[in-house]
Design a protein around this ligand. Structure first.
Ligand code: SAM
Length: 284
């Protein structure tokens, strides 16, 4: 019998040795802050599995965006996924991934490219999961793209800057509540797995980070509703201090439509719940 994933990983040089051997100094332009402590990366994966009531990723296809030197990658591989596909832009990290691939063969696929241009859902069969310590400069466009395709994924386990995570989870009537909260909360059940202080990373960023788990809700907006929601929330939140009778006035018959749903037209954008936005989207 071949070696288990854990046995292979235990036989590898440590992450710090790997980083030094490849001269991998972090590049700010690529949003690089690395996780080199196995206790942390294992904990992220363990918490994600626990919340999903799973013992491992056996039988699942996992996609990791930006593996960097491969700390989180190693923790994912320990859970024996059917296949792990890593998507990375930095050639120095690709060469680290190639060393790993020499040991894992076809259980690890490497894509050298920009995750923003890759259509993950049409690659391998379900069940699919995305796991990433996201490059902060593209975390929001990546998330909004995946939310639109969320029915193709079992889960997303994603690390964000804490301030972005707060916007995603923000409740109605708070300053952080906005388009990102509405789109995220209408599509997914979202749970915070952990907060990480800056010292967990090399180099240490200035800010804290949070890891969130997204799982698709059964009743989600359809494609047409999503399109209308986008229009509606853009109008409402681009004038977030104005009453909606003003910010939404370009929509035909908006006063009657708001009244028919029991939404006072004197409310402001942040005083309308995700469900109310969805109901309004379905009648405009
Ligand atoms: N996963 C590693 C870790 O936790 O130590 C690295 C995380 S680091 C925050 C983000 C990684 O994403 C870097 O390795 C960077 O090169 C890569 N990256 C940045 N922009 C990317 C993009 N558009 N597509 C794919 N990878 C990207």
């Amino acid at each position: 019998m071949g070696l288990s994933a854990a046995e292979i990983i235990d036989s590898l040089p440590s992450l710090r040795v790997t980083v030094e051997a490849h001269g991998l100094l972090a590049k700010k332009s690529l949003g690089q802050n690395f996780l080199l402590d196995r206790n942390i990366t294992d904990k992220i994966i363990r918490l994600s599995l626990e919340k999903q009531n799973k013992d491992s990723f056996a039988g699942d296809n996992i996609y990791e965006i930006g593996p960097g030197p491969g700390g989180l990658t190693r923790s994912i591989l320990r859970q024996e996924p059917k296949k792990l596909t890593v998507i990375e832009m930095d050639d120095r990290c690709i060469s680290i991934m190639e060393d790993l691939q020499a040991r894992f063969k076809n259980r690890l696929e490497i894509i050298n490219g920009d995750a923003l241009t890759i259509d993950i859902k049409s690659r391998d069969e379900a069940p699919r999961h995305i796991i990433s310590n996201l490059p902060y400069n593209v975390s929001v466009p990546l998330l909004t793209g995946w939310l639109k395709d969320i029915e193709h994924f079992e889960s997303l386990t994603l690390m964000f800057q804490k301030e972005v995570a707060e916007r995603i989870m923000a409740p109605i009537n708070t300053k952080d509540y906005g388009r990102l909260s509405i789109l995220s909360q209408l599509n997914c059940k979202i749970e915070k797995l952990m907060d990480l202080n800056p010292n967990c990373f090399t180099p240490a960023p200035k800010i804290w980070s949070s890891v969130l788990l997204f799982r698709p809700l059964e009743n989600r907006p359809n494609a047409q509703e999503l399109k209308k929601l986008e229009h509606l929330t853009t109008l409402a939140f681009s004038q977030r201090r104005k009453m909606v009778r003003q910010s939404l006035k370009s929509i035909n018959g908006i006063s009657e439509k708001l009244a028919s749903l029991g939404i006072e037209e004197t409310r402001r954008a942040e005083q309308i719940s995700p469900q109310e936005y969805l109901k309004l989207a379905s009648i405009i």
